[in-house]
Design a protein around this ligand. Structure first.
Ligand code: PLP
Length: 393
């Protein structure tokens, strides 16, 4: 049986897959089973931050797993402690980490911290978490409910209580009450359509929450790991969240989720845990990825390639204003609003044919999440391919 038949027979049909099977990669280049070449402007939905088949990450992982892959969190795990140090130091925040395996799990951890904090903090139990209508926080029962998009709540109930949705940042204040434990937001909504929040509004929200004694939780599963220019988007927005979650890009392709918090005394032994979280394999990947990206950022190369990518995107946008209405995003998390959803679908399918991979976000946003280490040559080639993809539209 070929792969497609195996997939159909043995895999639950939860994904509408494109008819492509990739067999090898190198930085922002991919090759499919027919030998066709692609430029990857998706990095596996923001995951392969340091490119495909990154030598340093692969060497670090191989060296680690030739020794130990997994023991369990019942014992000290040196790479986990080091990964924690690297992540905290890169953020500049005075925080501690919990290691999980995905973005949803990191957000679950954040919600548990907020809920336990809310139980201890005074007589009134604070349990409500306010999120935004267009947010995306994951696929577990709790994070589906934390996700504000009504279309995600069609099945799977009953859901956990205590999630309240605000239309936008400015309407959060009117929803706060004595039971509010925290507000959870993405600084640039990813799945919601590459929608950056206004910096001043976010800073005012942070001030308001501090004055009311309510936690600010920032879901940086997509924006973190230098995607928006700094290690966290919270640094770009110059705010001090109480809890930050990371996943996607921080493991460079190895599954990992991280909750970071300045609330160091809230969880104690037995309150939370994970069999796999922060094991030797994933923690060694995080160490390598953060080392690579710290150096890349400090040398100015991240800023240089981010500017170049954005220039080329702007050029592409201005040549195709009959298809696109706006350029959006921050750093290497970018999008173009497309005139309608059908046109967006045609662009994405033509792009695959022309050898460039791009993503959809929200209803009508063409999303770009290239590897942060993409080269100028790869960027040029990607936009040449993309220009061919839209030439007939
Ligand atoms: C992808 C994403 C998640 C979910 O991460 P998983 O690893 O798929 O569980 C949560 N929040 C945001 C902002 C994301 O982009």
């Amino acid at each position: 049986m070929d792969i497609k038949q195996l997939d159909k027979k043995y895999i639950l049909p939860t994904y509408a897959r494109a008819e492509v099977e990739f067999v090898s990669g190198d930085n922002a280049r991919l090759v499919d089973a027919n030998g066709k070449n692609y430029i990857d402007f998706t990095s596996g939905i923001g995951v392969v931050s340091v490119g495909h088949a990154n030598k340093k990450v692969n060497e670090a992982i191989c060296e680690q797993i030739s020794n130990i892959t997994h023991i369990s969190n019942l014992y000290h795990i040196a790479p986990q402690a080091k990964a924690g140090q690297k992540v905290v130091e890169a953020s500049g925040y005075d925080m501690q980490c919990f290691f999980a395996n995905s973005g949803a799990e990191a957000n679950e951890g954040a919600i548990k911290i907020a809920r336990k904090w809310g139980e201890k903090d005074g007589e009134v139990k604070r349990y409500k978490i306010i999120t935004l209508q267009q947010s995306f926080h994951g696929r577990t029962i709790t994070t589906v409910k934390a996700t504000g998009q009504e279309s995600m709540h069609n099945y799977f109930g009953p859901f956990p209580d205590g999630f309240v949705y605000a239309d936008d940042i400015s309407s959060i204040e009117s929803l706060l009450d004595d039971h509010t434990a925290g507000v959870m937001i993405e600084l640039v909504q990813g799945e919601g359509g590459v929608q950056p929040q206004d910096k001043v509004e976010v800073q005012e929200l942070a001030k308001l929450l501090k004055s009311r004694g309510i936690l600010l939780i920032v879901d940086e599963v997509q924006t973190g790991a230098y995607r928006t220019g700094e290690f966290t988007a919270s640094q770009v927005y110059d705010i001090q969240p109480d809890i930050i979650t990371l996943a996607k890009g921080v493991g460079g392709g190895v599954p990992v989720g991280i909750v970071m918090t300045s609330l160091k005394g809230v969880l104690s032994a037995g309150d939370h845990g994970s069999t796999f979280g922060g094991n030797y394999l994933s923690a060694s990947a995080v160490c390598a990825v953060v080392d690579i990206l710290d150096e890349y950022k400090n040398s100015g190369k991240l800023q240089e390639i981010s500017s170049y990518f954005n220039e080329k995107l702007e050029e592409f946008y201005s040549k195709n204003t009959k298809l696109f209405t706006k350029k959006v995003g921050i750093g290497m998390m970018c999008g173009l609003r497309v005139i309608d959803a059908d046109t967006l679908a045609s662009i994405i399918s033509n792009a695959t044919k022309e050898g460039v991979m791009v993503l959809k976000a929200g209803r009508n946003t063409l999303r770009f999440l290239p590897p942060l280490t993409i080269t100028k040559e790869e960027i040029d080639e990607g936009f040449e391919n993309l220009s061919r993809a839209v030439s007939s539209l």
